[in-house]
Design a protein around this ligand. Structure first.
Ligand code: IMP
Ligand code: MG
Length: 193
């Protein structure tokens, strides 16, 4: 479990099992403040045409939960799970759909909720996949975008934070399935196995 009281001198944190994670790059307070702003903007933009929020598992689970509560519209919620082929920390852009949507996208205002855009290849694949289902509109809300890493042109309607190209964990983001439950975004500088 996480012991938020044990702050590391470098600005990182020590977890109760002795693991150390790197410094915080987006704090819990900054995440929540920005999500409130995004929620207000989305509420204004989608008034009269409530969106269908499509969360991309697993990374977006926390963001989806907080963002959906900040949107004051009767939205619907659905999830997809994808896994990218490639090494542990680099995507190849070839995406496998592990869990498909339950809801029909036809004529719906779809808002994809993503945790992080790195190369952009995963999102670019997803956009093509979802557009083929003929939504009335398709936009993206990405919590994090890594600066200067995109290998494809993307139209990101809503972005939480632009961050440096470090590998990050927490608030849904993992390394080898760990650290998703941290309430802030940390840099990860340990082994990536
Ligand atoms: P992309 O296809 O290169 O944009 O990578 C997108 C996916 O890779 C994200 O949805 C994440 O699941 C994962 N990813 C990319 N960068 C990070 C990171 O810094 N930490 C954790 N996961 C990441
Ligand atoms: Mg993801």
């Amino acid at each position: 479990m996480i012991d938020p009281g044990t702050d590391h001198p470098t600005g990182g944190a020590r977890l109760e099992d002795g693991d150390e994670v790197g410094r915080v790059i987006v704090s819990e307070a900054d995440l929540q403040a920005r999500i409130a702003e995004l929620g207000a903007t989305i509420t204004a933009d989608y008034r009269g045409r409530p969106p269908l929020l499509v969360g991309v598992l697993k990374g977006a689970f926390m963001f989806m939960s907080d963002l959906s509560q900040a949107i004051r519209l009767p939205c619907e919620v659905d999830f997809m799970a994808v896994s990218s082929y490639g090494s542990a920390t680099r995507t190849s852009g070839v995406v496998r759909i592990v869990k498909d949507l339950d809801l029909d996208l036809l004529d719906r205002h779809v808002l994809v909720v993503e945790d992080i855009v790195d190369s952009g290849l995963t999102l670019s694949y997803l956009q093509r996949y979802l557009l083929a289902r003929q939504p009335a509109s398709l936009e993206v809300c990405a919590l994090l975008v890594k600066e200067g890493q995109q290998r494809t042109a993307l139209d990101l309607r809503y972005v939480g934070f632009t961050i440096p190209a470090d590998f990050v964990i927490g608030y849904g983001l993992d390394v080898a399935e760990r650290y998703r439950n941290l309430p802030a975004i940390h840099v990860y500088d340990g082994p990536r196995g």
